[in-house]
Ligand binder design. Structure first.
Ligand code: HPA
Length: 256
């Protein structure tokens, strides 16, 4: 089976993998070179199968820069999926909302990003077999895929916003001053993942759709402290909506 669509599941969102049909699950530990995820809420399994008729490869669990995994290793899985032949990649994540109108549980399609992680998986000698030295990032978050996701959300009666995702190195959550800075820079959402994977995928010419689940108000936006348990809990509650949305969208990505 050659997968057409890759899916990366973020914190608390692993439930989607259970909906994959004819699934073959391979623990990351059995795949040479694949980094093991140490983050709580991330199991480490590659699930190959079908979803809504489309051949898919699902990464249940991802590596993050804050784990101390080198940038090129963080994107090892995405590059494997690229080599397996995916043309589309759907990335999910949990995020904090800087825009106070985005309540916990809301799903948001990422429209663009700010890379504030101080690193990139593309640094170092370029592997020309993967892609060009200076890849374009103008439409990193595919406008056609975002439109498909918006239409699918409409059919399901789900509200799907759009926003700019700022990638923070972590592992500490941001300070309120850092959130004010990110807001001034144009960020609507903040998280610690996704951007390295999108850089690697776009480098290989893979079209990306990234869906964030708001799990909390960003630091200082609400007076409450940020708690990783809440991030996982809210993510798990929103997972049903996310699976419904993915079920609508994924079969259309393979063919568009
Ligand atoms: N900041 C960074 N990463 C996150 C957050 C946050 O507020 N919530 C979930 N992941």
């Amino acid at each position: 089976m050659q997968p057409a669509v890759g899916v990366v599941l973020g914190s608390g969102l692993g439930g989607f993998a259970d909906a994959v049909e004819e699934a073959v699950a391979i623990p990351y530990g059995e795949i040479p070179g694949w980094p093991r995820s140490t983050a709580v809420g991330h199991s480490g399994t590659l699930v190959l199968g079908h979803f809504g008729g489309a051949p898919v490869a699902v990464m249940k669990g991802r590596a993050h820069l804050y784990e101390g995994v080198p940038p090129a290793k963080v994107v090892f899985g995405v590059r494997v999926l690229g080599r397996l032949g995916i043309g589309s990649l759907v990335l999910t994540n949990a995020c904090g909302a800087i825009d106070p109108s985005l309540q916990p549980g809301r799903l948001v399609a990422i429209s663009d990003h700010l890379n504030l992680q101080g690193s990139s998986p593309l640094i170092g000698p370029n592997d020309d077999t993967l892609g060009p030295r200076f890849p374009d990032m103008s439409d990193a978050y595919d406008p056609e895929y975002r439109a498909l996701a918006g239409e699918a959300a409409g059919r399901l009666g789900l509200e799907l916003g759009e926003g700019v995702y700022a990638a923070w190195l972590g592992p500490a959550f941001e300070t309120p001053a850092e959130i004010r800075m990110i807001r001034a820079l144009g960020g609507d959402l903040v998280g610690m993942s996704t951007v390295p994977e999108v850089l690697a995928a776009r480098h290989m010419g893979i079209r990306c759709l990234a869906l964030s689940c708001v799990t909390n108000a960003a630091a200082g936006v609400s007076p409450d402290p940020i708690d990783h348990e809440q991030v996982l809990e809210v993510g798990a509650r929103a997972a049903g909506d996310l699976v419904a949305l993915l079920r609508e969208v994924i079969p259309r990505l393979g063919s568009s």
